[in-house]
Design a protein around this ligand. Structure first.
Ligand code: BDR
Ligand code: CA
Length: 311
């Protein structure tokens, strides 16, 4: 039996697609209960279509996809990324085999799934945190029934990638990130502090290219296009940590999100020292280091598994 039951909340997105692929290549470690989508890199319609197309490619149409929130909490239209191409998968078009998203809203799926398995489910958000925040607000008991939230977002100790101070996922919906940070759920954050070091170099991509299976070939095509603008493999770090936390290290901190209009909008602020904590408790493990070579070796080994039909 897999050690972790997870829900991936995502906005595919090339690196989101790699994260989902990695999760499904780790059946001993991860049971993927469902994929929920949110507007982020591209509009909700695209993120949902991309998630379904990817699962069809991975020959896992049994994994349900639930569409979630189409806009951030406090803005009518969210900021989009230009890194993933207009459709979101680096110019790669996937067919969805006629599969439709499930009829339930992503927020309700998250609530129902967590509440029916108290203390067992890990939420892995790798897009803006809108769905997660709405779920926490809609079901106040959700926080105490979640096992943990392991998310990609923020930049605690360095600069942003969307503004000088803000990382994309948090910048799109800082109010949602604020709700998550204050939720009391055990949090592990994969921000730019670590993901910026996880670089898909041309050499690493060439090694992945050698696998003779359609999944690896498609992943490499997407990543090659995406790497022109952003060579960092942000979202897969969350899943790699679920598979092998020993690949990473970090610090305990009090995480806060700046939601005030101005140059720090969407900035994540981390208090680590007792002077900055001033008697307050840490609420988040902020990951700061990755063993990158080992991480890419894991990705290689897992992609190789798709050579075997029926994984
Ligand atoms: C994050 O922003 C998105 O473009 C990526 O998918 C990732 O989740 C990195 O800042
Ligand atoms: Ca993402």
């Amino acid at each position: 039996m897999a050690s972790h039951k997870i829900i991936i909340d995502c906005d595919p997105g090339v690196d989101d697609a790699v994260a989902i692929t990695l999760a499904l290549a780790a059946p001993d470690e991860i049971e993927l209960l469902g994929v929920t989508t949110v507007a982020g890199n591209v509009p909700l319609e695209n993120t949902t279509r991309n998630a379904i197309g990817l699962l069809a490619l991975l020959r896992r149409p049994d994994i349900p996809v639930y569409a979630g929130c189409a806009r951030p909490l406090m803005r009518a239209v969210g900021h989009r990324s230009i890194m993933h191409g207009t459709e979101g998968l680096g110019g790669v078009e996937l067919t969805n085999d006629g599969i439709e998203p499930a009829s339930e809203h992503a927020v309700d799926f998250i609530i129902d799934t967590v509440m029916s398995r108290p203390g067992e489910v890990t939420l892995c958000p790798i897009g803006p945190l809108t769905n997660v925040a709405v779920a926490l607000v809609k079901e106040p008991r959700l926080a105490s029934n979640l096992k943990q939230i392991v998310f990609m977002g923020g930049a605690a100790f360095g600069s942003g990638n969307t503004t000088p101070s803000a990382e994309f996922n948090v910048y799109v919906d800082p109010h949602a990130a604020h709700i998550v940070a204050c939720s009391g759920v055990q949090l592990t954050m994969f921000g730019l502090d670590v993901t910026r070091s996880v670089i898909a170099t041309p050499e690493r991509l060439v090694r992945l290219e050698t696998f003779d299976n359609d999944v690896a070939r498609t992943v490499v095509r997407m990543m090659t296009a995406y790497a022109q603008g952003d060579p960092c493999l942000h979202d897969p770090c969350v899943i790699a940590w679920m598979i092998d936390p020993g690949l990473f290290s970090g610090v305990d901190a009090l995480l806060e999100v700046d939601c005030a209009a101005g140059p720090n909008y969407g900035r994540t602020v981390a208090s680590v020292s007792s002077r900055h904590l001033a008697g307050r408790q840490a609420n988040c493990k902020i990951i700061t280091n990755a063993r990158c070579d080992d991480l890419f070796e894991m990705l290689e080994q897992r992609l190789a598994r798709f050579n075997i039909p029926g994984i």
